[in-house]
Design a protein around this ligand. Structure first.
Ligand code: TYD
Ligand code: MG
Length: 454
C-alpha cells in the first residue's frame, strides 16, 4: 500500500478529523479475550458470560499516599493496577502533588518510580529539595520513549508510578508529535496494559488549558479509572482537587490545598480562611456552598459600573457566565435592579469555582448590594450568609444539604442566613419564598435601621 498524506476523511468528507493509530499487533487480541476462561469455552468456542455473584472480586489494599486530601478525593488512596489521570493547567502544582505523594509512599516502604518527560532529573531534584527528605528518596527516570518506560516498569515493578506528563511520551513508529491525540492514546493504552498486569498504580499527569480542549487528557477520560482535576489560579495560593470520574469512589469529594514554599499544605478548614478574608463592603456576600459533601463558605463579590457600551460587559470569574446572565434577567424582572446600562463583574474570591445552582442567590444579593452601594445587612458586625437557586419566575428553589450549609455558617457566627425554605425548620435559617423577599430580608443597614425606627 502506498503511503499518502490525507487531510480529509474519505468516509465522511470532514477535514482534519483523521487520527493516527498503530496497527494492532499480530496475536494481541485485546484484554477482553480473557473473559472466556472463567466460564470455560463452549463447544462452539464462544465465551460464556458469568453471573456477577460468581465473579471474583478480591479485596485490594489501597496505597495511602499520606497526602490526606488526595487520599480522600481518591476514595481512600490509590488502587493497585489502576490508572489515575491528574489534569490541570501548567504551574498549578501537579508535579509538586505527585512528588509529595511518591515521597510519602517511598517513606512508607513502597516501591515507587517517577517518570519525568518534562523536566530533567536535576530539575526534579530541585523541586524535591523543597519538599523534604521523603521526596529526595524517590527514584526518577527522565525519559520520553514509552518503550523505555515500559521496560523500566517491568524491571522495577513499582507499587506506584507517576508519569509526568503523558503529553511528553511518544511511541516509536508513530509519526504524530508527542501530545497528539494518537500518541497520547497509544502511550496510555500501552502503560495501562503493563500497569494492570503488574498491579502498579499509575498516575498520569496531563496538561489541560483553561478551555480543556487541547488534544490530550480529555481524549483519555474514558480510558482511565479516575480523573482528577487540579484547579485554582496560579497567582493565588489556593488549589482545589476535584474528582471528575472515579471508578473506586465518589466524585463529589474535593480537597483544598495551599501552595507554600515547602510544597502543598492541606487546608483543613477552608471556610475559616475565606470568611476571615471576606469584606463587609458593598457588593460582597458570603455564600454557603457545598464542595462535594463538605460545606464551604466563600465570598462572592460583585461590581456594577455604569457604562455607555452596548451591550454592556458581563464578566464572571468562578461562576458560570450563562448563570450570571439568567440572574441579571430575573433581578430586572422580579423585584431587583435593572442593570441593562451597567457593566457587571462577579468574582468568587480566592480563585474558587462554584459550579452549583445554590450560588445564584449570593450572586443576586451581591449584585443588588453593589448596585445600591450599600453593604448587606449582617447582624452583630458579622456578614450575612446565603444560599439557594433562583428560578426563572423569581422564586427561590431548594438546594441540597441546607442543614449542613446552615451549620457551617452558624459555626462562624454569620447571620442572618437567607435561603429558600427547607422541608423542615432549621434553627438559624431565615427562609424566603422569592428573590424579592430575599432582597428585602438582606436589605442594607440603612433599610434595617429604617425598619427598626418604624
Ligand atoms: P509544579 O508542581 O511544577 O506545577 P505543574 O507540575 O502543575 O506545572 O509547581 C507549580 C508552582 O508551584 C511553581 O511555580 C513553583 C511553585 N512551588 C511553590 O510555591 N512551593 C513549592 O514548594 C514548590 C515545589 C513549588
Ligand atoms: Mg509539572
Amino acid at each position: 500500500m502506498a503511503l499518502a498524506w490525507t487531510g480529509r476523511c474519505p468516509g465522511c468528507g470532514a477535514w482534519n478529523t483523521l487520527v493516527e493509530t498503530l496497527r494492532p499487533r499480530a496475536g494481541a487480541s485485546g484484554r477482553r479475550s480473557g473473559q472466556g476462561r472463567r466460564g470455560g469455552p463452549r463447544a462452539s468456542g464462544a465465551p460464556r458470560p458469568v453471573p456477577l455473584r460468581e465473579v471474583e472480586a478480591p479485596a485490594v489494599d489501597r496505597l495511602l499516599t499520606g497526602v490526606g486530601e488526595l487520599d480522600r478525593v481518591l476514595g481512600g488512596g490509590l488502587v493497585p493496577g489502576s490508572l489515575v489521570l491528574l489534569g490541570g493547567s501548567p504551574g498549578i502544582g501537579k508535579s509538586t502533588l505527585t512528588g509529595m505523594a511518591l515521597g510519602n509512599l517511598c517513606a512508607a516502604g513502597r516501591r515507587v518510580l517517577y517518570v519525568s518527560g518534562e523536566e530533567s532529573a536535576a530539575q526534579v531534584r530541585l523541586r524535591a529539595e523543597r519538599l523534604g527528605e521523603g521526596a529526595l528518596a524517590v527514584p526518577v527516570l527522565a525519559e520520553t520513549s514509552v518503550e523505555a518506560v515500559l521496560a523500566t516498569l517491568e524491571a522495577e515493578r513499582p507499587d506506584a508510578c507517576v508519569v509526568d506528563s503523558i503529553q511528553t511520551l511518544y511511541v516509536e513508529g508513530m509519526t504524530g508529535a508527542p501530545g497528539s491525540v494518537g500518541q497520547v492514546r497509544e502511550t496510555t493504552g500501552a502503560i495501562m496494559e503493563v500497569a494492570k498486569r503488574l498491579g502498579t498504580a499509575v498516575v498520569l499527569v496531563g496538561h489541560v488549558t483553561k478551555d480543556g480542549t487541547v488534544a490530550g487528557p480529555r481524549a483519555l477520560e474514558h480510558l482511565v479509572d479516575c480523573v482528577l482535576m487540579f484547579e485554582g489560579e496560579r497567582e493565588r495560593s489556593f488549589r482545589i482537587l476535584r474528582a471528575l470520574k472515579n471508578r473506586f469512589g465518589a466524585t463529589s469529594e474535593v480537597g483544598v490545598f495551599e501552595m507554600r514554599s515547602g510544597g502543598l499544605v492541606e487546608v483543613a478548614d477552608p471556610s475559616a480562611r475565606f470568611v476571615s478574608e471576606a469584606s463587609e463592603a458593598p457588593g460582597s456576600c458570603v455564600l454557603c456552598a457545598m464542595e462535594g459533601t463538605r460545606p464551604l463558605l466563600v465570598e462572592v463579590q460583585a461590581l456594577v459600573a455604569p457604562t455607555e457600551i452596548v451591550p454592556p460587559r458581563r464578566i464572571a470569574t468562578g461562576i458560570d457566565r450563562n448563570r450570571l446572565a439568567m440572574i441579571l434577567a430575573v433581578l430586572a424582572r422580579h423585584g431587583g435592579p435593572s442593570l441593562a446600562s451597567a457593566d457587571v463583574f462577579v468574582n468568587v474570591a480566592g480563585g474558587v469555582r462554584v459550579d452549583e445552582p445554590g450560588a445564584d442567590l449570593a450572586v443576586a444579593l451581591a449584585l443588588a448590594s453593589a448596585h445600591r452601594g450599600e453593604p448587606l445587612g449582617g447582624e452583630g458586625g458579622k456578614p450575612l450568609a446565603c444560599f439557594g437557586e433562583v428560578g426563572l419566575t423569581g422564586e427561590l428553589r431548594f438546594v441540597a444539604h441546607p442543614e449542613r450549609r446552615v451549620a457551617e455558617a452558624l459555626k462562624f457566627g454569620l447571620g442572618p442566613i437567607v435561603a429558600p425554605a427547607a422541608g423542615e425548620r432549621i434553627e438559624g435559617l431565615s427562609p424566603q419564598p422569592t428573590l424579592a423577599a430575599a432582597l428585602r430580608a438582606a436589605g442594607g443597614r440603612r433599610a434595617a435601621r429604617a425598619r427598626a425606627a418604624a
